[in-house]
Design a protein around this ligand. Structure first.
Ligand code: NCD
Length: 303
């Protein structure tokens, strides 16, 4: 991964397995915090976020620091982007400061791929538009493996605003490389048929009950109003049809796991009872985000 991590689609299964295995070494023991390592001492990572983020940005910061790297975080709101600087100029400016890697989030799909053709610095994609969010899919896989031991043969439902979700796309690519049966579910206006052709083993349904029957993992998604130019579904109706409630859980396997990449909107796509239940692994996902990003940064930066 010396050239960075742009997406899951182009990764081989073995590369994914290596990151997932390495992230296990970085998970803290129960009741402990993340251990410190010196692996990346003297290396500098720039965290460049052109879109809002709490989890992903903080998680990359902590991951870099735990490996001994220096990390500088820049958000678009406080940068020269607000003074009209173009993306290429911003990145060239940062590149001239000789960082060892740039972690970037951008609202335009393909922005990190475009820049990686111009800059010699490795780029880690922290979410590009509606395209991909590779480290999210890796941390989701780590969380599922911790509970289930294997991905092979699982049935996983991804429910919500599929159309605008880079999390869904990265997960579709990752899970299908491991023989998972993926069911995509949401209102027809948020469920593009072509996503069913992204990978083998993907099916689509607009019915929650069909999606949830006998699933091992329920992955809920936020409705991304910031990416919708007109409402795709009446807000007041959404929870009634696509919100995850305790009665839905009966349809899934008895030990089904509930995931959500966050930020969660309680009472919109998930009820508090489910979000705070034993089934929910939402905070485990956040914790695993650090371990997985440590593994990714190490793979990208270690000499
Ligand atoms: C997701 C994102 O930004 O794509 N959040 C995250 O990184 N944890 C999902 C979302 O914003 O709904």
């Amino acid at each position: 991964m010396k050239r960075g991590l742009l997406d899951i689609e182009s990764l081989r299964r073995e590369e994914i397995e290596a990151i997932l295995a390495r992230s296990k070494d970085f998970q803290p023991a129960p009741g402990q915090t993340f251990k410190r390592f010196d692996t990346l001492r003297g290396r500098t990572v720039v965290n460049l976020f052109f879109e809002a983020s709490t989890r992903t940005r903080t998680s990359f910061e902590i991951a870099a620091k735990r490996l001994g790297a220096d990390i500088v975080s820049i958000t678009a709101a406080g940068s020269s982007v607000t003074k009209g600087e173009s993306l290429v100029d911003t990145l060239n400016t940062l590149g001239a400061m000789r960082p060892d890697a740039i972690v970037m989030r951008h609202a335009a799909s393909g922005a990190p791929h475009f820049l990686s053709r111009y800059l010699p610095v490795p780029i880690v994609n922290a979410g590009d538009g509606t395209h991909e969010h590779p480290t999210q899919a890796l941390l989701d896989a780590r969380t599922i493996l911790d509970r289930r031991g294997s991905l092979e043969g699982l049935r996983i439902a991804i429910i919500g605003d599929i159309a605008h979700s880079r999390v869904a796309r990265s997960n579709i690519f990752l899970l299908s490389k491991f023989g998972v049966q993926v069911v995509l579910c949401g209102p027809a206006s948020l469920l593009p048929r072509e996503l069913g052709r992204l990978a083998p083993g993907v099916t689509l349904t607009t019915h929650m009950e069909t999606a949830l029957r006998d699933v091992d993992v329920i992955m809920m998604l936020r409705v991304q109003l910031e990416r919708q130019h007109e409402a795709a579904f009446p807000a007041s109706e959404y929870f009634r049809f696509y919100g995850l409630r305790p009665d839905h859980i009966q349809l899934s396997k008895p030990d089904a796991v509930v995931l959500h990449p966050g930020p969660i909107n309680r009472g919109r796509e998930i009820s508090s009872e489910v979000a705070d239940s034993q089934r929910s692994a939402i905070l485990n996902q956040v914790e695993n985000g650090i371990a997985v990003r440590m593994a990714v940064l190490e793979a990208v930066l270690a000499a």
